[in-house]
Design a protein around this ligand. Structure first.
Ligand SMILES: *Cc1c(COP(=O)(O)O)cnc(C)c1O
Ligand SMILES: [Zn+2]
Length: 417
């Protein structure tokens, strides 16, 4: 049974074959995978899904590959945690965290999109995988290409966090640092892709890649007991993930897997790079590019490819968007760590910080169900805490020294300032 009909322009609906292309030649609109939902509905059931292994491929009929996946057999199905402590701190009744900080193998949600992109690239006959990245995509492309024996090229702004550089090079990829912003890296990669004929996961095969993000949304619905939450807060870089979570919810609804009212979707960015949030707040259709300046480097895309559609998703779903400063990001990372024991990267600080703001503004009701998307791991962005951690006490290995240190509960512990 075939589940994909082809590619289709999101603007003018012109159809295309399932090739490595991403822009409509008529109107320059983005291309999207066009599914045969009738065929999918004949096969896919909740029972079939729950009977499958707990990974992102349990929804495979809704993902854009023809045969068996080549990578990602352990990606996805990350925990959805009922966050009682953080809920109490924020003053809300029913709070959850979808935790892709522990997604396999590279500890961010990017392993979902890369698993789909590489599996599809192999079906299309590519033998080199490449990407333009703000960090997490670099890690994931390098790791997953290595795991299936493919050569890879990874292009990043040269001033990324060292952990993200190390966590890319270790897999034996060809990493190139570019003197410029992500947006300049991306522009260069479009030229390289055309000339060298490589599969750039987030450029020429972007329509396939982007579909992998839907699994984040499917899992939220399934893990809530086949129900949609009332509010979901999502970090935005290029703005793809947020549109795909919305799409996932709509697909589950159309297939009859959930019958809840639609969720409201909220976008989160750092104040130092908030082109989508600004458009939402100004009720504008236009995304004005910005030059990023924030510690949330994984979200630092000044000219977001899916900015227009993410603003529309937020509007259509009845949600809203907010941004938080670098200080608020660190505060929120601390809050999440201290209440739930989850060390998220800066992007997680953005999402938690924005959630707090939206609740305080009264935009999210305190007695309704809320899911916060945590998309990356704090161990990868430790630089943001450099100079902000006080020194832990150091003593000789002698009980007397420890006694003196704790003396009546007066120990000064190390902490993030
Ligand atoms: C890439 C990334 C995002 C956002 O992804 P888009 O689909 O480009 O909006 C969110 N969080 C983290 C940690 C990321 O690496
Ligand atoms: Zn078109």
């Amino acid at each position: 049974m075939k589940y994909m009909k082809g590619l289709k322009c999101r603007e003018c609906a012109k159809t295309y074959p399932l090739d490595p292309i991403h822009v409509c030649e008529l109107c320059f609109g983005p291309l999207e995978v066009d599914y045969d939902y009738d065929n999918i509905a004949k096969v896919l059931t909740k029972d079939l899904i729950t009977g499958r292994a707990p990974n992102m491929w349990r929804y495979r009929e809704l993902l854009p590959i023809d045969a068996e996946p080549s990578v990602g057999l352990n990606s996805g199905f990350t925990p959805l945690i009922r966050a009682y402590n953080l809920g109490e701190a924020l003053g809300v009744k029913e709070l959850y965290i979808k935790n892709d900080a522990v997604n396999f193998p590279t500890l961010s949600f990017k392993d979902r999109v890369v698993s789909v992109a590489i599996s599809r690239a192999i079906e299309m006959g590519f033998d080199v995988i490449a990407c333009a990245s703000t960090g997490n995509l670099a890690n994931s492309v390098a790791a997953n290409s290595a795991a299936c024996g493919l050569d890879s090229y990874v292009f990043v702004p040269y001033d990324l966090e060292q952990t993200k550089i190390t966590g890319t090079i270790v897999y034996g990829t060809n990493l190139v640092g570019i003197k410029g912003t992500y947006d300049e890296v991306n522009r260069l990669c479009s030229e390289i892709g055309g000339k060298y004929g490589w599969a750039f996961v987030n450029i020429n095969i972007r329509p396939f890649y982007a579909e992998g993000s839907k699994t984040f949304g499917y899992e939220i619905a399934e893990q809530l007991g086949w129900k949609l939450p009332q509010h979901v807060i999502v970090p935005m870089a290029g703005g793809s993930l947020i549109t795909k979570i919305w799409k996932a919810f709509k697909e589950f609804k159309a297939l009859g897997f959930v019958d809840s009212a639609p969720a409201r979707i909220y976008g989160a960015q750092a104040t130092g790079c908030a082109p989508i949030v600004t458009a939402v707040k100004e009720k504008s259709e236009l995304i004005r590019p910005v030059k990023p300046d924030t510690i949330a480097k994984s979200l630092a895309i000044g000219n977001p490819a899916d900015g227009f559609y993410s603003a529309r998703t937020i509007r259509d779903s009845g949600g809203w968007a907010e941004d938080v400063s670098d200080d608020e990001i660190i505060e929120a990372m601390k809050l999440l760590a201290e209440t739930e024991g989850i060390f998220a990267e800066t992007a997680g600080g953005v999402t938690v910080g924005v959630t707090k703001k939206l609740i305080e503004q009264g935009r999210i009701a305190r007695d309704e169900s809320i899911v916060i998307s945590v998309t990356g791991n704090g161990l990868k962005t430790q630089e943001c805490l450099a100079g902000k951690i006080s020194e832990p006490p150091v003593i000789e290995a002698k009980l007397a020294e420890f006694d003196a240190l704790v003396d009546g509960g007066k120990m000064k512990k190390a902490a993030i300032k």
